[in-house]
Design a protein around this ligand. Structure first.
Ligand SMILES: Nc1ncnc2c1ncn2[C@@H]1O[C@H](COP(=O)(O)OP(=O)(O)OP(=O)(O)O)[C@@H](O)[C@H]1O
Length: 321
């Protein structure tokens, strides 16, 4: 049985179609990621799965329970870590967890051990008696993860678990998530707009404008792009772009300060480039497709461009592959 099953799930807010009928399944024990820019519909989807928002159409079940008809059963089986912290700053870390354990009916004789276990997992046990208002943003997020796990949920939902945190804390949080998947029998559903974090997922669904564009493992998605990114530095970018078009039929554009284009086997192409371009090349770099390229290839823009609302010509050229 799938941990999460979603069929034609839809949510509209007035005229805004936040989620336009998505279908997917999450396997038990999987780390499944929703990757998309701000406003793509990630939070709306996760909120429907967590029974916090009612779908406009379609259906979804989590841990075998329907998110509309069996809300209580769904809630008992899930843990939530959302973007906005909901900890009580005036209580200590441990008191916050005890309060949650009571809400979720964790048996009294188990609470103490379980609190210690989850706090140790996120390396906060030695701070259990400190008031949460004295915690850094990263410590609060770690405590939220511990709290989300306290009642041993079957599925843990993480909405942008590392947003706003420094790189070191982000990587520590990923360390805890990885530890968690080995220690506990749990499925993790997370959203992110960080490409590097999507790499940690077993499978990702790329979501854009309320629709799922593609679902697969990060490796398979990168392989599907099938082209390498080549960047060259020349003394005359405009001439280089024109020459690439004329001699090789390649569409190139200046991106991150370098003339950039995509070809099937970048390394094999480089010698031809030097021999036939007809103007001096100062530097060249070839890179394998990243998830950035995957996103661009399926949606026609980078996640950053999608968030700022602007397009980028070379991205679009690459998407027209
Ligand atoms: N309560 C609401 N009322 C009206 N519109 C909403 C509401 N919640 C979300 N939306 C709209 O639905 C769309 C999807 O928003 P959603 O928050 O799901 O995106 P997201 O991918 O999670 O982005 P972010 O990472 O910024 O939260 C956006 O256009 C947003 O403005």
């Amino acid at each position: 049985m799938s941990a999460v099953t979603v069929k034609g799930l839809k949510k509209t807010y007035g005229k805004v179609e936040a989620v336009k009928g998505v279908d997917f399944e999450v396997r038990p024990g999987e780390v499944f990621g929703f990757l998309g820019p701000n406003g793509a519909g990630k939070t709306t989807t996760i909120s429907m799965l967590c029974t916090l928002v009612n779908p406009t159409g379609g259906s979804a079940s989590v841990a075998g329970h329907d998110v509309v008809r069996e809300r209580d059963q769904v809630r008992r089986n899930i843990g939530l870590v959302f973007q906005d912290p909901t900890l009580d700053g005036y209580l200590t870390a441990e008191q916050n967890l005890r309060f949650h354990a009571e809400l979720y009916g964790v048996p009294k004789q188990l609470v103490g051990d379980r609190i210690r276990q989850v706090m140790e997992m996120v390396a906060l046990w030695d701070r259990k008696d400190a008031k949460v208002m004295t915690f850094s943003g990263g410590m609060k997020r770690r405590l939220e993860i511990a709290r989300g796990l306290l009642h041993s949920p079957r599925v843990l939902f993480l909405d942008e678990p590392t947003v706003g945190l420094d790189p070191q804390t982000r990587s520590a949080i990923w360390g805890y998530i990885n530890k968690l998947r080995h220690k506990e029998d749990i499925t993790i559903f997370m959203t992110t707009h960080y490409m590097d974090e999507a790499e940690y997922c077993d499978r990702i669904a790329i979501i854009d404008h309320g629709e799922i564009v593609v679902i697969d493992s990060p490796e398979a998605l990168k392989a599907s792009v099938g082209k390498d990114r080549v960047q060259i530095h020349t003394g005359d970018d405009a001439r280089a772009i024109a020459a690439l078009q004329e001699r090789f039929g390649l569409e190139a554009a200046v991106h991150e300060g370098a003339v950039t284009f995509a070809v099937a086997s970048g390394e094999e192409f480089v010698p031809r480039l030097f021999a036939e371009l007809g103007l001096p090349i100062k530097a060249v770099s070839v890179s394998r497709p990243s998830l950035d390229d995957v996103f661009m290839s399926y949606t026609g823009s980078t996640i950053r461009d999608a968030e700022s609302g602007s397009g980028n010509e070379w991205m679009k050229a690459m998407a027209r592959r």
